[in-house]
Design a protein around this ligand. Structure first.
Ligand code: PEP
Length: 258
């Protein structure tokens, strides 16, 4: 029986200003209260835009909500002349628990290469937060049949530079690029195979303690229609959710199923 508490993390991407974020959290909490949701059974986290994090923090602190939150990326430097960047310490000061690192949209639209992603992971850990490291193959690697090697390789590119204490604090999101925002969800077996391969690699690089403590999420077109069968897989410890995390009913339903 797994001791890992499942995590349902909503990646809002570039949606919701601070007023919309406030409204969303209030409605979500109301829905979950109505459903007698057990926050100890499944953790819920929201990843707003930088501009909405403070509003979520105020609500969470004022109402003692059992909801965690974080950011969608972070600077690799601590302070100084880096116009437009936000440091890990700034996010930690806002009470962030998590930072998404290496999302496929960041890898595509920004110069986030492996070296930058490792540095982001280190910055997040140093500031006392947990990185949600995103990996996953594109359609092309899947067509070539090298999807598992590719996703495991992306994890390994980061973990080979970490100590086992650092690695144990990682959360990994397996997000096949072909499944993100497409409605083409991976089958439970596909998600399980990738999560298992990643966990095996953690065990080989570190030890079974690290492998057993790291939560491995699935992401890519998760909805209330497919969450239950995905979470029934032994190595799938929750979800990173894009589109469905913009809908309070959907997010509440997924959390209840997880
Ligand atoms: C994501 O971008 O992290 C994601 C999984 O998006 P979606 O749920 O919309 O596929």
């Amino acid at each position: 029986v797994s001791k890992r508490i499942p995590l349902v993390a909503g990646n809002w991407k570039m949606n919701f200003d601070h007023l919309e974020a406030t409204y969303f959290v209030q409605k979500l909490v109301w829905l979950l209260r109505d459903a007698h949701f057990d926050y100890h059974r499944c953790e819920i986290a929201l990843m707003p835009s930088f501009t909405s994090i403070r509003s979520v923090q105020v609500l969470v602190e004022a109402d003692h909500l059992n909801i965690r939150y974080g950011a969608q990326s972070v600077s690799v430097t601590t302070q100084g002349a880096f116009t437009g960047d936000v440091s890990a310490d700034m996010l930690a000061a806002l009470g962030c628990s998590y930072v998404i690192v290496g999302h496929s949209e960041r890898r595509k639209y920004h110069p986030e290469d492996d070296a930058n992603i490792v540095d982001q992971v280190r910055a997040v850990l140093t500031a006392g937060m947990q990185p949600i490291l995103c990996v996953g193959e594109s359609y092309e690697e899947r067509r070539q049949g090298i999807e598992l090697d590719f996703a495991v390789g992306q994890v390994h590119d980061v973990t080979r530079d970490l100590s086992s204490d650092q690695a144990a604090k990682l959360i990994i999101a397996y997000e096949p690029v072909w499944a993100i925002g497409t409605g083409m969800v991976a089958t439970p077996q596909t998600a399980q195979d990738a999560a298992r391969a990643i966990r095996n690699d953690l065990a080989a690089t570190f030890d079974t303690n690290v492998a057993d403590s790291v939560r491995i999420l699935y992401g890519g077109s998760v909805s209330s229609k497919n969450a239950a069968e995905l979470i029934s897989e032994p190595d799938v410890d929750g979800f990173l959710i894009g589109g469905a995390a913009l809908d309070t009913d959907e997010l509440a339903a997924i959390a209840r199923l997880t």
